[in-house]
Write a protein that binds this ligand. Sequence first.
Ligand code: TMP
Length: 234
Amino acid sequence: MKKIEKIYEGKAKILYTTEDPELLIQYFKDDATAFNAQKRGVISEKGVMNNAIAAKIFEHLKSKGIESHYMQTLNDREMLIKRVAIIPLEIIIRNRAAGSMCRSLGLSEGATLACPTIEYCYKNDGLGDPPINEYYIRALQFATDREVEHITATAFKINELLKKYFLNLKIELIDFKIEFGRINNRIILADEISPDTCRLWEIGTGNKLDKDRFRRDLGNVEEAYQEVLRRVSQ
Ligand code: TMP
């Protein structure tokens, strides 16, 4: 499968058309951004690691009945995906308080939550992906109520599956962000799931194995991604 035309370039990935109008190639870059791109950098070989990690996670979710846009890995930085119309929502699930939840609510990092939470953000870099609620989603016609119900239930199901998956790898899934897309009147998981889009803490040590190492200048960024890749590959 050959790349034909670049149709989208985001902060971490590029999408290309292929000879098949229903399929795209998703290319993973080494570029890293944080805090709505106020901080920029490069994480060496991140694209290679995230391409492999995301593929492993999509394959695991598929084995548990969660459909995604992932079709197959083409090479070290590219995966073949189904072309979907991305719903402009970033769905964030949290199992413990971290990051922006701590900043906005004055909680301590890692504070226990009695149950998982969900947030919906409007996917718009220019506006800094502002948080919205179901009423905004309905009023702005980003998705129907039935679609929001489906997205919400699927997001919580993915959380349960990934919590277990990472627990087996001695990693605690603290939180993550996912996106969905429409295809043939269905809604499927899209984008990526990787240490860029999750908080992953090593069980026992509490070591951060995710993009917080870059966001907070904690060092050993590449090593953390490598460690996640090593564990998902075992
Ligand atoms: P936050 O604590 O900064 O709101 O992030 C929550 C989770 O969502 C964390 O795992 C990082 C992920 N995330 C993204 O993948 N993309 C984003 O643009 C943001 C803000 C968060």
